[in-house]
Design a protein. Structure first.
Length: 387
């Protein structure tokens, strides 16, 4: 029996997920009924099976498959883990529950006792660490084609948003322009959010939460009709999906603002083309039209006819010497196809030559009004971004 507080959107999401589970896992039941070796066939989630689609500008899983059979000694445990986790998720959906990935780890964590041909007992844990159960959840996502968020599995809220728009979340309508000095925490199930109305011209995603707060307080999003979002570092899945929906459904251009270093640039690429770890979800999480607004090396040092935003004295005060880890990461980025465009080669080469980096806060140190009312709007207006 459905609890009275469960809203209609959640109920429909549960019905869809349960239907997919029944259809996808019926193949196992059919194999058993035919007396066959129960076998799951799913795409390989490996680096070697991850490809960059240059036309669609997305990281995707390749064609390689793996077979997980019950009677294969090398795959039997993984087969058991997959079916166990699928059962736990299915039961949670039926019971109107909202498990976290940590809950799922504990629900499935137990010891199995079995006996060998001599009658000697042996013990085997279903899994020992959460990384094992997390990997199984990802396999189920690949097998079913469902995001874990579509299975109503929750995770910690990380991203925040503010702007002139109203959304429906559950049974409530929330005005994102009336958050006071705070912001709306992007919920773990962003596909269940309904966009009611929006009065905005673009989306600005800011890597740093502190800079997001500064731009919010100074009224940047009101002045420039923006939806302002922070990923608070590496973006979580909910934030990436929310940004994708704003771009895809509302046709709002997306600009990304990060630190001028290889880690900030990679955060941009995760928003744009997806992550290697979650390449199987890129088609729904990544935003191929996203634009890198800055901070760029050419903003700091200038290049060709482009004038630097910082004076020589400001550079001495604001730039930070790159560490060995930064330099190593830069060389890694150079090997990724999506960083091999002329503009990105220029950025990375300047970084390696100068061995210097700069945080977004340094531009705020030049004056918050400079960052909010000159640097960001000027770069958008002049088209000074990287795609």
């Amino acid at each position: 029996m459905t609890a009275p507080y469960i809203d209609k959107v959640d109920i429909e999401a549960r019905k869809r997920a349960l239907k997919v589970f029944r259809e996808k896992f019926k193949v196992i039941l059919d194999q058993i009924m035919r007396g066959e070796n129960p076998t799951l066939v799913l795409p390989k989630r490996t680096l070697s099976n991850t490809i960059y689609d240059e036309t669609r500008k997305l990281l995707l899983l390749g064609p390689e498959k793996l077979r997980r059979s019950f009677f294969d000694l090398h795959e039997a445990k993984k087969f058991m883990q997959t079916l166990l986790m699928a059962r736990i998720i299915y039961e949670a959906l039926e019971r109107d529950e909202y498990p976290t990935i940590r809950d799922l780890y504990y629900r499935g964590k137990h010891t199995i006792v079995f006996y060998d041909e001599r009658g000697k007992p042996h013990e085997e844990n279903t899994w020992d660490e959460q990384r094992e159960s997390d990997a199984v959840i990802r396999d189920i996502e690949v097998f079913t084609g469902l995001l874990r968020e579509e299975m109503l599995i929750l995770s910690k809220e990380k991203g925040k948003v503010v702007g002139n728009m109203r959304i429906r979340s559950g049974n409530d309508i929330i005005d994102l322009s009336k958050m006071g000095h705070g912001a709306y925490a992007i919920e773990p199930t962003p596909d269940l959010i309904e966009f009611i109305d929006v009065d905005a011209e673009f989306v600005l995603v800011v890597e740093k939460d502190a800079v997001f707060q500064q731009l919010h307080r100074i009224g940047f999003w009101r002045k420039y009709k923006a939806i302002l979002i922070t990923s608070a570092g590496q973006p979580d899945r909910a934030t990436r999906r929310f940004v994708r929906r704003l771009n895809e459904e509302l046709k709002l251009p997306v600009y990304i603002l990060t630190d001028a270093d290889p880690y900030g640039w990679y955060i941009y690429s995760v928003f744009k083309i997806g992550s290697i770890t979650l390449s199987y979800e890129s088609e729904r999480l990544a935003t191929p039209q996203a634009r890198f607004l800055g901070v760029s090396m050419t903003d700091i040092f200038g290049y060709g006819n482009k004038k630097a935003y910082l004076t020589e004295a400001e550079r001495k005060n604001f730039i930070i010497k790159a560490k060995e880890a930064d330099i190593k990461r830069a060389y890694e980025l150079m090997n990724y196809k999506w960083f091999q465009t002329p503009k990105w080669k220029t950025e990375i080469n300047i970084f390696l030559k100068k061995k210097s980096k700069l945080e977004i806060e340094a531009l705020a140190g030049k004056g918050l009004k400079f960052l909010a009312f000159k640097y960001i709007p000027e770069k958008i207006e002049t088209g000074d971004w990287i795609e």
